[in-house]
Design a protein around this ligand. Sequence first.
Ligand code: C5P
Length: 226
Amino acid sequence: MDYQVIIPAAGSGKRMGAGRNKLFIEVANRPVILHTLDVFAYDPHCKKIILVVQSGDESHFKDILTGHPGHEKIEFVFGGDERQHSVFNGLKAASEQIILVHDGARPFIRQHTISRLVQSAHDNGAAIAAVPVKDTIKRADQNQVVETVDRSGLWQIQTPQAFRLPILMSAHKQAEEQGYLGTDEASLVEKIGLPVMIIESDYDNIKLTTPEDLYFAEAILAKRKM
Ligand code: C5P
């Protein structure tokens, strides 16, 4: 089943502390963004990659994408102040019935998860990648524990998140009207009362957020090459 993917890549990478867009940092001698794009470039069902960037980064993205197999499928769109605004800008350039949103900073997503997400979004309207929570979770007030939360039924949410286009569009429009800012797309769909399905993903589908994530990223790639 065909789909298009929106890749928000317009962040400032403040928590990474690299002083530039973290998607330009090299892991195994290639910029992070190229690792992220690989799977979509080679998937024949991915019909368009909507890459959402800051205007000042556009030419550098174009330079590093030269010769990448996904090059032909990429459409550049400019991002906004918050991730949600960047995704909404990308969504305005989308046309396929199934739309994926996948963080540029999450370079290890596997094809089998993408296929399952696309199918579930087609069948149910919205589907998100996630893994069961492994740690003990507690709620605290300042530094004092209030309670231990029952972790059965708790999931750590990742991207990709997949949607039927009209559902994601109306979720974003309503969020904008109400001034609601979510940390993912699914929360906007939940707000309009529609179901969101979970597709179990892999623990190594990490988002590169803080500097130590780069060590994990090198290790994941080294393991995959073995
Ligand atoms: O900062 P964080 O890692 O949570 O951002 C997730 C993704 O969203 C990154 O790929 C980042 O480039 C993107 N982003 C964006 N526009 C923003 C903020 C973040 O496209 N305003």
